[in-house]
Write a protein that binds this ligand. Structure first.
Ligand SMILES: [Cu+2]
Length: 161
């Protein structure tokens, strides 16, 4: 619990320092670290976007639905995130964000190209769309980083096959 609170503070500070957000509270790194997918732009360009697959994950109190989405490498996806709850929620998966090549993150307030993501925040009623190509196979923990929401069950697992 103590670790979690500490992390939230650190993430908030990083977000403030980065000063690079799309709409409400998304946290995006200005410079992707070496653990992010390199040459994301090239991988995005190589994907067949005419066959984009839509996957929707709904956020509410206190769950992701589905909580265990599955993606396949090298395919183009549009991940639609929708908050149908009464609280703000976040979509946070460090492993997943570092396993994908992101084309863009689209929200009502605009589009950000090639973001190196740390957190996607959704206000009540908000929807955002993440266009990406899975690159690295694995299973990655998913959580809402709002205080205590994971404890209440707002967590999941993302698989890339
Ligand atoms: Cu939440």
């Amino acid at each position: 619990m103590r670790d979690k609170a500490h992390r939230i503070v650190v993430i908030a500070l990083l977000g403030a320092l980065a000063g690079c957000a799309t709409g409400t509270g998304d946290i995006v790194r200005d410079q992707p670290g070496p653990d992010y997918v390199q040459d994301a732009a090239g991988l995005v360009a190589a994907a067949d976007w005419s066959k984009t697959r839509d996957v929707t994950v709904v956020l509410s109190e206190y769950k992701f639905a589905p909580a265990d989405p599955i993606f396949q490498v090298r395919r183009a996806y549009r991940l639609i995130l929708r908050n149908t709850g009464k609280n703000t929620h976040t979509f946070v998966s460090d492993g997943f964000f570092k396993a994908i090549a992101v084309q863009k993150l689209v929200s009502a307030s605009g589009t950000i190209a090639n973001p190196a993501l740390e957190s996607i925040e959704l206000a009540p009623g908000a929807e955002k769309q993440l266009y990406f190509v899975p690159v690295k196979r694995g299973t990655f923990a998913l959580e809402c980083s709002v205080f205590l929401h994971d404890t209440y069950g707002m967590e999941g697992r993302i698989t890339i096959l």
